[in-house]
Design a protein around this ligand. Sequence first.
Ligand code: ATP
Length: 251
Amino acid sequence: MLRIENLHVEYAQIPALRGVDMDINTGEIVALIGANGAGKSTTLKAISGLIKPSAGTIEFAGRSLADLVPEQLVELGIIHVPEGRRVFPRLTVEENLKVGSYALRARGGEKEARERVYTLFPRLAERRRQAGGSLSGGEQQMLAFGRAMMAKPVLLLLDEPSLGLAPILVEEVARAIDRFHDDGATILLVEQNAELALGLASRGFVIETGRIVLTDTAPNLLKNPNVWASYLGREDWEVVDERHRAPAPSS
Ligand code: ATP
């Protein structure tokens, strides 16, 4: 579904991506993991058209995305939930959700879509007339997810959805990602919490200083001692639940 070849991105001539290759098949959840500054967010921004690559190709369903603007990418169903859960602070919860369905492809069935969001996140239903900016961090993340759900994503790009959330809310995020997947979305998940990401994904890519250095199935990455040493088993990570707990490496 998504094929990225030799992707280069520069910020003021300083390279952030140096030849990223990735492929994602329809219906997969794929994790992109790596240290701070490795290029994870930049990869997502390049896919959703927020930044222009200096070289390389991105194809979605066999079509080059090179000349499309973000609005056209949204019409194709490429939905980006950026880091930092950007909600419209002055709009109510319900108005924020409505914004999610502005794309032509997402119109129709808006009421049903909204009810689905409220069923998945009852706290949003309780706060439907409250301003987005008055919600807690976790609630804002739910709202950002709800808005993405309203857009009926074909390819969902999630940037650090668990960042800064209490363990119970991380569990809710994991459930929401499963729900998007059940609804048919293909998902590219960027996470510092590699344990969470690899617990949800079927495959993963490891990025270091702008290059993919490793790709494998999620279970193999969870067993890989190098991945373990660099990205897993850190004391300060909260284990969400046993489902997401990585097995200790055997060697
Ligand atoms: P994090 O986990 O910290 O969000 P990341 O893997 O998502 O990191 P990116 O945000 O993609 O990393 O950044 C990749 C590199 O590009 C970093 O060196 C970063 O400093 C640089 N960079 C990112 N955004 C900009 C920008 N707007 N201007 C200049 N440099 C940038």
